[in-house]
Write a protein that binds this ligand. Structure first.
Ligand SMILES: C[S@@+](CC[C@H](N)C(=O)[O-])C[C@H]1O[C@@H](n2cnc3c(N)ncnc32)[C@H](O)[C@@H]1O
Ligand code: SF4
Length: 508
């Protein structure tokens, strides 16, 4: 049986499950919870500790048809400048809530298109950021760059403030694909921006690619992959195009009939994997590749890989402060997401100084579940020995979950490294496997896997018992669960969650 058939046998090939850039995924955040906790959680950050900062710029000059990021189009810089003024106010207010001596270890500007800012406005923003949050000596400062909107003066300004990593959107170089996605970006233009950055001393370059775009074929994509490799990036992210016109209205411009089907998408991912691995890149998680000398590859080898709203990361700081419309802050106590629509964000900063709205306070069982899911996503393992060491009081739940995983996916796991490891062929299924310990999905579907999901699931269990459904321990076939979710679609499917810096619902 070939790999897609083997995966399909589990009824899982087409499943739509979260991307698990957070647990719980952002669609489970609750209205008002962010507002309620944000200032207390900022206050509780330990004095002198290190934090990461994310700043969201929700503007682009042109809107690409494929894009599901939270952004809006603008022809002039007037709304952008006004937004940055408000961001500066938010930075000052957040700073007042934090204790003294906090240091910024990471700064990431995402969007939208941060490079839409004029050099003067960017300098105003960064002046404020660096005055508010003193950087560590080895700070990583990264920016998402659209090469069609990256003036040399702006790049020089970023470098003056210490930019040392750039994340550049490529997607695909084939002309008919670019026509269909409304994004015209030549190889030469992309190369020029990369050379400029390298000339200015920015040595760490990530490139984003998409598979599953309209008219993409194995031949056309192979050509793009060769062009991409000739740019010698340090890291590559290859995301599956998520066609979600009900969330991202601009995608109606893309003819669904021109999209590759599930099997073709699978072939495209395999093509990329083979090209990158044979060019010497390490495979990181489900959708990243990195040179063995890159921080991400080093973290993966050391078992330090983490998951955050940008995907995979080697950032281990417990606090991420999100600034700007829709930005999510992560604290050990939970999540707080700023008001998502730009207008609502501006109103909140004007009225209360902070913009937290949706949020989630972590409960004890969520902390363990989050860790199990992050381990699965980052190292394809259920590391029972380590979990028992970190959560000794949860011995029974951990053990029961391991057994349940092994029973439900007998051919997906093997026993190793003090727990369970996912077999190579089943790695594309990791999100689906992780979703089976996700208490929120279990709660919705009435299906519980092991004690972790079961705890959140008690209410559903009682209901099922009333209806005479199977007792716990006889789990329904995954098809029965995912059949209830939104229409089946791509191989690595669209997130049910909404993540900043990642494709998300649009507000314009
Ligand atoms: C926040 S966007 C910003 C990129 C930057 N503005 C640019 O255009 O280069 C980051 C990445 O999200 C990914 N992305 C956007 N829409 C997507 C979709 N519908 N499905 C999957 N990935 C998507 C793209 O690979 C994109 O490079
Ligand atoms: S891909 Fe980048 S430039 Fe295109 S609409 Fe999305 S955020 Fe804007």
């Amino acid at each position: 049986m070939n790999i897609p058939e083997q995966l399909r046998k589990h009824g899982l090939f087409d499943a739509r499950v979260p991307r698990y850039t957070s647990y719980p995924p952002a669609n489970h955040f609750r209205p008002g919870e962010g507002h309620r906790h944000q200032s207390d959680w900022l206050n509780a950050v330990p004095a002198g500790s290190e934090i990461s900062v994310y700043i969201h710029i929700p503007f682009c000059k042109r809107l690409c048809f494929f894009c599901a990021c939270r952004t809006q189009g603008t022809k002039t810089l007037r709304p952008v400048d006004a937004y940055v003024e408000v961001l500066r106010r938010e930075i000052a207010n957040v700073r007042k809530c934090l204790p003294s001596g906090v240091k910024m270890a990471r700064l990431h500007l995402g969007g939208g298109t941060p490079t839409i800012l004029s050099p003067a406005t960017m300098a105003l923003l960064l002046d404020k950021v660096f005055a508010a949050f003193a950087p560590t000596t080895d700070i990583e400062f990264s920016v998402e760059i659209d090469p069609t909107e990256a003036a040399p003066e702006l790049l020089a300004t970023l470098v003056d403030f210490g930019l040392n990593r750039a994340s550049i959107g490529v997607q695909d170089f084939a002309a008919d694909v670019q026509d269909a996605i409304g994004r015209h970006q030549s190889f030469e233009q992309t190369d020029r921006v990369i050379q400029q950055l390298r000339g200015l001393g920015v040595d760490n370059i990530n490139l984003d690619l998409l598979y599953g775009l309209p008219h993409q074929t194995s031949d056309s994509f192979a050509a793009t992959l060769q062009q991409v490799l000739s740019l010698c990036p340090d890291r590559l992210a290859i995301y599956g195009y998520a066609h979600v016109p009900w969330m991202s209205k601009r995608q109606v411009m893309i003819d669904a009939a021109s999209l590759p089907d599930t099997y073709a998408r699978f072939d495209l991912t395999k093509l990329a994997q083979q090209a990158f691995v044979s060019a010497g890149y390490d495979e990181i998680g489900i959708d990243h590749f990195a040179l063995p000398s890159d921080g991400l590859a080093i973290a993966a080898r050391a078992g330090r890989l983490r998951r955050n709203f940008q995907g995979y990361t080697d950032d281990t700081t417990p606090t991420l402060v999100g600034l700007g419309a829709s930005a999510i802050s992560r604290f050990p106590q939970g999540y707080s997401q700023n008001a998502a629509a730009t207008s609502a964000y501006l109103d909140r900063i004007a009225s209360s100084g902070l913009a937290g709205h949706n949020g989630y306070e972590m409960q004890p069982q969520d902390i363990l579940t989050a860790r199990v899911i992050e381990d699965l996503m980052c190292c394809f393992g259920f590391r029972e020995t380590r979990l028992l060491a970190d959560f000794p009081e949860e011995r029974e739940a951990i053990h029961a979950t391991g057994i349940a995983l092994m029973r439900q996916f007998p051919d997906a796991f093997f026993i190793a490294k003090g727990g369970l490891q996912i077999r190579e062929d089943f790695k594309p299924l990791v999100r689906v496997i992780a979703s089976r310990v996700d208490g929120f999905l279990a709660q919705n579907s009435g299906a519980c896997l092991g004690d972790l999901a079961e705890r959140r699931c008690n209410k559903s269990k009682a209901l099922r018992a009333q209806k005479g459904a199977s007792p716990l321990g006889l789990w329904p076939h995954p098809r029965d669960i995912f059949g209830q979710m939104k229409s089946a679609g791509p191989y690595i499917a669209w997130p049910q969650d909404v993540a900043v810096g990642e494709p998300a619902a649009v507000d314009a």
